[in-house]
Design a protein around this ligand. Structure first.
Ligand code: TYD
Length: 250
């Protein structure tokens, strides 16, 4: 049997260039749960992946979290701190993982800066383009759309106290910025429906986009130093008849 070079461990990711997916939405929309389900899906299908979140646990990320609890900085200061946090995140985790052809699952990325800092007066489109100048653009952005009242109720139901980023009015503005973002890789899911239904759509969008990326690579095989046979093997590995993706149940 022919050796398959791209299998580095028992985990495989057949997508050249990796795959970057970010889950976005206002607080209480269910991002963390869906990111965990997607990670489980990847593990069950032996797809090499990493899960991360913003703000990160690093120095700058912690400054943002502290300000959410104790009192906010100016919007411009927040944008600067988030920028430093993200540059570190891109350098240390996101780019290296994509270079290793891994699937990178993010719980918030720069779309949250556009929505949250945009909700406090910053220019959302300018934030998106600034970030696009240094941060890898995702293959898929999933916006979980929920009315702020429901998001805040979910936060209280799990015993947490909404922070200062989370007044109904500012969340409503953040929600409409998320919904207005126009990028070809963005999809919006109605997140009022509950975990299993939302997961159904998250997993479908992920699989369709991943398969699309693989077929785009097939058309550009020479640019990626990949033989057609290798590319076909990769596709089979992802969605082959012998190993259909297992859909993790919520
Ligand atoms: P959150 O995802 O709620 O983190 P955790 O659950 O670990 O506390 O993020 C904390 C807050 O930071 C949240 O209310 C949204 C805000 N935030 C921004 O205002 N801009 C951003 O760019 C990001 C990533 C988060």
């Amino acid at each position: 049997m022919r050796a398959r070079k791209y299998i580095k461990s028992d985990m495989v990711c057949p997508i050249p260039g990796g795959f970057l997916v970010t889950i976005e939405g206002i607080d209480g929309s269910g991002k963390t749960t869906q990111a965990e389900l997607l990670a489980r899906f990847c593990s069950e299908n032996r797809l090499s992946h990493v899960v991360s979140k913003e703000p990160t646990k690093g120095k700058y990320g912690q400054m943002i979290r502290d300000s959410a609890l104790r009192g906010r900085m100016s919007v411009q200061e927040e944008i600067e701190v988030l920028d430093k946090d993200r540059r570190e995140h891109v350098k240390k985790l996101i780019r290296p993982a994509l270079e290793k052809e891994q699937i990178v699952i993010l719980d918030r990325y720069y779309f949250s800066t556009a929505a949250y800092q945009g909700a406090h007066g910053a220019d959302a489109e300018a934030i998106l383009s600034e970030n696009e100048s240094f941060a890898p653009q995702p293959d898929l952005v999933i916006v979980l759309d929920v009315p702020p009242e429901i998001g805040l109720q979910r936060i209280r139901d799990r015993g947490d106290i909404p922070n200062q980023f989370e007044s109904i009015e500012s969340l409503e503005r953040a929600r409409s910025i998320f919904n207005d973002i126009k990028r070809p890789y963005k999809v919006t899911i109605d997140a009022r429906a509950g975990i299993p239904w939302v997961w159904f759509w998250v997993s479908k969008h992920f699989q369709v986009r991943a398969l699309n990326k693989i077929s785009r690579q097939l058309k550009n095989v020479s640019q990626h130093d990949l033989s057609v046979e290798d590319a076909l093997n990769r596709t089979r590995e992802f969605f082959g008849e012998d190993r259909l993706p297992i859909v993790a149940t919520a």
